[in-house]
Design a protein around this ligand. Structure first.
Ligand SMILES: [Zn+2]
Length: 262
């Protein structure tokens, strides 16, 4: 999805600790098929398949780099982002070489934020978690503070940490110890997503994303519904479009009336 990929890659321009990248993946692989939207996957199956898949990915990346004559470099951490869900209802798994986010239980009623922003923040959290390393499990807290390390037993509560992008005092202390105050503060700025800007600013990421087909201020899911398309069209075309629609409705009513009279 271009809008999502653009926003994730935009993160590379805002900080230098984590380099986000997308890799070519064969969508026909059984592991990828098992993560298809709305699929429900036993957690034990996923945990069994994922390490094997990570090894295969490493080998494939090395092979492709060799084929194209490129510098072979495998990622230090993989993130699987899926619209499937686990039978255990866990929405996030963290292991040394990979983490996985399952958004199959996300519903429109959980917006704001939109699913796209939700996914973007989760990718940021995975990036920050990779900086914290194995300490990430120790900082995860039961209380919902709207902090990136909130435990959250259901995906509904995850909205707070994805909406406001906050790092609580305890977690900030750990992050500062790992990367220093200046860089940690920069991550707080990135998490607020204020850098996305407004659609009315032509060079802002929000405007670019709108040109890529996603209105961050109207659309809730991954693709706009007919109602969201209608409101987006009204915003873009303004009153002219509304007059056209009202005109078309009046004409339809007149033709109907004419038909009945006859
Ligand atoms: Zn915290």
């Amino acid at each position: 999805m271009p809008a999502f990929e653009y926003l994730v890659l935009k993160l590379n321009t805002l900080q230098s600790e984590v380099e986000f990248e997308f890799l070519p993946i064969d969508s026909q692989l059984p592991f990828i098929k098992a993560l298809a939207p709305n699929a429900v996957l036993p957690m034990t199956d996923f945990k069994e398949m994922a390490p094997e898949f990570v090894n295969a990915l490493d080998q494939n990346v090395t092979h492709l780099c060799h084929e194209y004559g490129l510098r072979a470099e495998t990622p230090s951490h993989y993130v699987f982002l899926s619209l499937a869900s686990l039978d255990s209802h866990w929405y996030e798994l963290w292991e040394t070489r990979y983490s996985a986010v399952f958004l199959g239980e996300w519903l429109d009623t959980m917006a704001p934020p939109s699913l796209l922003e939700f996914m973007l923040t989760m990718v940021m959290i995975e990036g920050i978690s990779s900086l914290i390393g194995t300490d990430i499990n120790r900082i995860s807290h039961l209380a919902t503070r709207g902090c990136i390390a909130d435990f959250n037993s259901t995906i509904r509560d995850v909205r707070y940490k994805t909406l406001q992008g906050f790092i609580c005092r305890d977690c900030m202390r750990t992050l500062v110890r790992k990367i220093g105050t200046k860089r940690a503060n920069n991550w707080i700025f990135i998490l607020t997503k204020s850098w996305i800007g407004e659609i009315s600013q032509p060079s802002s990421p929000a405007s670019v994303v709108a040109k890529l087909g996603y209105n961050l201020f109207i659309t809730k899911g991954l693709n706009p519904s007919w109602k969201e398309r209608f409101f987006q069209s009204l915003r873009e075309e303004g009153i002219t479009e509304l007059i056209k629609i009202v005109g078309a409705l009046l004409l339809a009513a007149f033709l109907l009336w004419f038909g009945i009279k006859k």
